[in-house]
Design a protein around this ligand. Sequence first.
Ligand SMILES: *Cc1c(COP(=O)(O)O)cnc(C)c1O
Length: 431
Amino acid sequence: MQYFSLQNRQHKVNFETAVVQGLAPDKGLYFPEQIPLLDKDFITHLDDYTDQEIGLKVICPFIGDEIPKEELSKIVNNTLHFPFPVQKVTGHTYALELFHGPTLAFKDVGARFMAGCLGYFRRNSSEPVTVLVATSGDTGGAVASGFYNVPGVEVVILYPSQKVSTLQEKQLTTLGNNIHALEIEGTFDDCQQLVKTAFLDAALQARRPLTSANSINVARWLPQMFYYFLAYKQMKAAHPRLVFSVPSGNFGNICAGMMAAAIGLPVSHFVAATNINDTVPRFMASGRYEPSKASPTLSNAMDVADPSNFVRILELFNNNLPALQNKLTAYSFNDRDTARTMEQVWKENHYMLDPHGAVGFMGLQRYLEQAPELSGVFLETAHPVKFEDTAPKAIREEIYTPAKVMALYGKEKKATLLPADYTALKNWLMR
Ligand SMILES: *Cc1c(COP(=O)(O)O)cnc(C)c1O
């Protein structure tokens, strides 16, 4: 499969180059040249296949022969090695739980898949490559866990000192081996700036080749299609007409769902649910794309004002707004509604939402008011324990702490404290 840059359709690369580069040199996002259609028979008999067989079938045409089938199969198995259950929450709304992976959030899927691909592509190189990332919390943990012990890959994660939760910090700093955590005395923006500077530093790159594990990487984006198929597999007998509601920030997750639909998954409609960072809901109403400045919210992994992946959604619909409106509805919700929903759903349905899932749940409820004949699945993108600190007081005590979180709290933090200064970072990387 070839991928073209959304900035310049003439610029085409293969899957490997798209994965290694992340972003095209012209800063465009890569997009597959063809939309491969799955055969109808496969969809009809989805429940005859294992989760891993489904994953392999879905991703194969996007990679072609660049990774041999047995290798790809291993990568898929390693990505889908935890469950993706659908749980009933109310009469016709269901939660697709994406938090049963090692870092308790859906980003584990993309990170593990990308790690597998990069590990394969680097298999014969003598020189290790360094994945350099800045994190405000969740991404770093998923990348650290996904790339842990992948041969030929070193991971360096920059995070802002005292600005990530205790659990997030433990996820970043306790693995060791090829995972290095740099605790930066500054903000997330400082971390991001340092990483950008490093990528532009030719002398550094000559000594230590760098790559990114950015969320716009095709190897993080495309495997997110898997769990839409797995949800449909669980729902299709009783609820063949499905709406998916996706709590959205950078719009990679929902864009993968829409790609799943484009290659043949039957989906009646998509809902993009955002917090008050509502650039897309405003665009869907007005046709004008006017990003504002990001505001902090309870669902902080979605505090994105200019979602990178939205251009991919537009591309899927040939930039035709009415066609897109026909398939996608977008709503935005504030923190008061989010907190109230978390309390109410716990009280009435005994289901514990995290703030991101709560936004997805509200989006689904609102859409189903006007389409009561449909059933819906919202994506529960993180375990509530990850956002325990900011959960409404009334339910905080009720949040369940999984055993793997308890184990993590007992592990020792290993991080290098550095000032938010490029020379310090460069010296560390060149050492
Ligand atoms: C990253 C993240 C999101 C947003 O996903 P996008 O693909 O950026 O839209 C939602 N919820 C959680 C918990 C996340 O970590």
